[in-house]
Design a protein around this ligand. Sequence first.
Ligand code: NA7
Length: 544
Amino acid sequence: MTSHTTPLDSTADRPDFDVIIIGAGLSGLYQQYRVRELGLSVRVIEAGSDVGGTWYWNRYPGARFDSESYSYGFSFSKELLDEWNWSEHFAPQPETLRYTAYVADKFDLRRDIVFGRRVSSAHWQEAARVWQLRLDDGQHLSARFLITAIGALSVPTLPLVDGIENFKGVSCHTAKWPHEPVSFEGKRVAVIGTGATGIQTIQEVAKTAAHLTVFQRTANWCAPLHNRKITDEEQRAIKAGYAEIFQRCSENPGGFVHKPDPRSALEVSREEREAFWEQRYAEPGFGIWVGNYRDILTNRESNALISDFIARKVRERVKDPATAEKLIPKNHGFGTRRLPLETRYYEVYNQPNVELVDLNETPIERITPTGIRTSAGESEFDMIIYATGFDALTGAYDAMDIRGIDGRRLKDDWTGGAKTFFGIQNAGFPNLLMVMGPLGALGNIPRSIEFNVEWVSRLLGHMKARGHTRVEARAESVEAWMDIVRASAVGLLSNEVNSWMTGVNRNVKGKSERVLARYSGTGPEYRARAEAVAAGGYRELELG
Ligand code: NA7
């Protein structure tokens, strides 16, 4: 370990800012608000031309919440809760983008944000105790603390097939969707990918496209969203009930409003189980996933029963039995990957203008200038939409040249899987604080963001009060957290399945094998442990 003898904030060592935050999405905006409150100087670097992060980039058709709108917004400001009216139970992307802009304006955040710039590198300077940043325009900036608020799913990935760049029609990844309206009328459209994003996109495109071909590699289990407008009466009830809504979120393992049933699916009679699942299937949101019997995601038998229930629903809803079978996953059980919520998704396949291509039968060979060639031949398209996901969790970190003590690269440190302390810090990278970093709590994201930001801010306040200028997670603290992460993964069926949640993305070099990619324990447990670190005076961290 390096010795830390640097004097506190000498004039020569003073960096440009106390804090630089990368990203002006929900994490970055709230972190900025809290940092300012601490009286620290702050600059936010944002790649987009406006605030919003995920909701800025993902403006593809049909993009919307799968969490109840009123459980998704910030809870920290009563005034904000009182002022903002969500129009639908699951708000569409344009509304959420307006919300982020509203937050930025209300708290006067824009004046410290630099838009349209990416951070290319961030190097720790041990002697001066500063992070030295280089932006993509060549500008250099320094800060005592670097806070990354760069998202868990923010680096889009394209299939590793030849010819993508030579396609003569319009092609686009869903996370790089144009700002101008896109019409599908009269067009032959291809959608590649059937994750949460692909499913939202397909439902929307199918409404107007002349012909839509869906290229599916892995079928996903889905459940109905049941979205609708929020009535005036409901609006009043939501406003009056925010305390209870957030209380419920804080009790749910993933931060959602739903309440799990403490019983095993095997404990109840077949009739009772079926009636319960019918009810959950008819209700809005993730209830059937995170408000189900306690063991559907851990017990193979229980999981097989719920999978069979959902498979029957797909067979009822899709007229052509062969298509229905293709849409029913055979290689993983219900809920073991992120559950896409849908609105008449299965009925899309009953439309004469929609066709499903199973890539397991006929893999894509290449993108041609006029379309897509699979092993069965070539089809022509006017538009190809890539709903092919993200270099998740670590991708946004890998995209920057981040170096800690002695020039150690974060990317090298994370070869074979990230290691962190609560998803917030890493040994060897002092004063680097991650909001929603790898191996922290995910779930209903803003609920985790608020906790994460408040934890980071409390630490900064603690340091400021004591004149500390350096914080680093001890290597043994990182190991201790990784033990907890490892233990939390045991017995969860989702950790036996390939998905971004287990670190697999076959479009990214080095990500073809499953790793310990996320903390899969509960939110309440995560928060209790993190609170204990703060309450105990941060003994797990080296402060100086
Ligand atoms: P996902 O969930 O990672 O889904 C990506 C989809 O794209 C999935 O169906 C993939 O199939 C498919 N895919 C990826 N690469 C290819 C190639 N090369 N060929 C064919 N199909 C491919 O990303 P989403 O954007 O849908 O969702 C990400 C998260 O955002 C989601 O969990 C929500 O939290 C919001 P695969 O399953 O890998 O066979």
